[in-house]
Ligand binder design. Structure first.
Ligand code: SF4
Length: 121
C-alpha cells in the first residue's frame, strides 16, 4: 500500500525504532486475556513489559518488518499491537502534526507532515 496523507506510517516506521514500547502485562498473550505475543516482549518490572528491541530506547521493535522510511514497512502484529502503538497519532486533535512524530520522521530523513483539516472549518 502506498503512503498517503491518511496513513504516512506505511512508509515510515521511525517511532517503532526509537521509543521504548512499554505497557501493562495484562496485554500479554497467555493466560491474562491479552493479545500481544508474549514471546516478542521483555519484562521491565513485575507489571510492565515492553516490545523486544525497544528495551533501552533507540532500538528497533522486533515486530517491525521492512526498511525504515520505505514503502511497505509494517507491523507484523498490527491487530495485536500494544496500547502505546494504538494511541500514537500522527496528528493532534486540531489537525496539527504531532511534534514527536515530526521529530521521528526528521530523524530518518523524511519530510514533515502537513496539517490536516479537522472538519471544523
Ligand atoms: S508492536 Fe508494531 S506498532 Fe508497536 S512498536 Fe512494534 S512494530 Fe511498531
Amino acid at each position: 500500500m502506498p503512503a498517503s496523507p491518511d496513513n504516512p506510517c506505511t512508509a515510515c516506521g521511525a517511532c517503532c525504532a526509537y521509543y521504548r514500547v512499554s505497557f501493562y502485562c495484562g496485554e500479554l498473550s497467555g493466560g491474562s486475556g491479552g493479545r500481544v505475543p508474549v514471546e516478542l516482549t521483555s519484562r521491565v518490572s513485575a507489571v510492565i513489559a515492553c516490545m523486544k528491541g525497544t528495551e533501552t530506547g533507540n532500538g528497533r521493535c522486533i515486530a517491525l518488518t521492512g526498511e525504515l522510511g520505505k514503502e511497505g514497512i509494517s507491523c507484523s502484529i498490527y491487530a495485536n499491537r500494544p496500547t502505546p502503538c494504538r494511541e500514537f497519532s500522527n496528528w493532534l486533535a486540531d489537525g496539527t502534526p504531532d511534534p514527536d512524530c515530526q521529530k521521528m520522521r526528521a530523524r530518518i530523513g523524511l519530510p514533515p507532515l502537513s496539517p490536516v483539516k479537522t472538519g471544523s472549518t
